[in-house]
Design a protein around this ligand. Structure first.
Ligand SMILES: NC(=O)c1ccc[n+]([C@@H]2O[C@H](COP(=O)([O-])OP(=O)(O)OC[C@H]3O[C@@H](n4cnc5c(N)ncnc54)[C@H](OP(=O)(O)O)[C@@H]3O)[C@@H](O)[C@H]2O)c1
Length: 315
């Protein structure tokens, strides 16, 4: 069996993040014992990176796991995210997240999506206030007083990042986006690494929707007994320089997901090109697909800067 990954990736403020974390989106919004148990088990197994969000509705349950574990707070890299409905009240939303998590700082605070909702829950257009640039300026204040060690964004594209970077004093440390071999986002990865922005891969095992493809299975088999398809996908993610945050409620899978293998250059290339197989270039979350009707949370793909058409992708 491969060793537990203790690999860390350096952020643009000189701190570092464990390459493998545990994701806390449980498929439904809300507090619950299951997420507490998952995070406690993950910490026992050696995970030191936990990813949640105000939007998941489970910050209190995650906080309970941190409190009940015997791992010192300073050894854990904790991420939470600003909800779209809170862009106009960053300070209040952040303070509430800290209270629910039971901590006095987070290691990373992400703007969950670039678009803001108004008080009635309607999406504001990109030029309407608060724009993501205005929201970002409010987030920068949280770094100044140390309650957010780093800040970053999520679901940003080359287009939206270019706009943001033109107006920021702090370059986002991280952009968290959907990344797996069906949606490798090679151009975004190059763009971000040239600017010192690390990508975190969400849905890194593709929600287990394509991992049984023969080209992935054969790579797993080549690494010997016990190496799984999920480990191949996560190893590819880390080896290309991204952090990965798989979610699983099963202890055996938690154990598996933090043990990575060293892939050869040829294996990396197979996975880099995997999306070129007919029908494979796609989102597994549905955000980038026909079911969202050419837009996502009220912004068109063009506004989001997503180079894809409804129901498919431009390669
Ligand atoms: N920023 C954003 O907008 C955003 C969006 C989506 C997700 N995220 C973050 O990314 C995290 C992970 O993404 P995700 O949950 O969408 O997808 P994922 O981690 O790729 O896949 C999770 C699914 O795969 C299964 N799974 C996990 N490990 C496995 C393994 N070793 N073998 C077989 N099946 C396995 C899990 O099932 P079981 O639990 O039944 O094992 C679950 O159904 C989330 O929890 C969240 O923290 C962020």
């Amino acid at each position: 069996m491969p060793a537990i990954s203790e690999e860390r990736l350096t952020l643009n403020n000189g701190t570092s993040i464990p390459a493998v974390g545990v994701g806390c989106w449980m498929g439904v919004c809300g507090e619950g014992e299951q997420v507490t148990e998952m995070v406690k088990t993950a910490l026992e197994l050696g995970y030191r990176h936990v990813d949640t969000a105000a939007n998941y509705g489970n910050e209190q349950s995650v906080g309970r796991a941190l409190e009940e574990s015997h791992v010192p707070r300073h050894d854990i890299f904790l991420t939470t995210k600003l909800d779209q409905s809170d862009h106009g009240r960053v300070e209040e939303a952040f303070a509430l997240s800290l209270t629910k998590l039971g901590v006095d700082y987070v290691d990373l605070y992400l703007m969950h999506w670039p678009m803001a909702y108004d008080k009635s829950g309607n999406t504001l257009q990109p030029e309407e206030s608060p724009t993501f640039i205005e929201t970002w300026r409010e987030m920068e204040k949280l770094v100044a007083d140390g309650r957010a060690r780093t800040i970053g964004v999520s679901n940003f594209s080359i287009k939206t990042l270019t706009e943001l970077l033109a107006h920021t004093s702090i370059v986002p440390a991280i952009n968290q986006v959907e990344l797996h071999p069906c949606l490798p986002q090679h151009e975004l990865l190059n763009f971000c690494s040239e600017r010192g922005i690390l990508l975190t891969a969400y849905s890194p095992v593709g929600k287990a929707k394509f991992a049984d493809d023969p080209s992935i299975t054969s790579i797993a088999a080549a690494h010997g007994r016990g190496v799984t398809n999920a480990q191949v996908l996560l190893s590819w993610g880390v080896q290309r320089g991204t952090a990965v945050i798989p979610k699983t409620v099963h202890a055996e899978r938690l154990k598996e997901n933090i043990q990575l293998v060293q892939l050869s250059a040829a294996e990396m290339e197979t996975l880099d090109r995997f999306h070129q197989k007919p029908g494979m270039h796609r989102s597994v979350c549905g955000f980038h697909s026909a079911e969202f009707g050419g837009s996502c949370w009220g912004w068109t793909y063009e506004q989001l800067g997503w180079a894809m058409a409804m129901g498919g992708f431009h390669l």
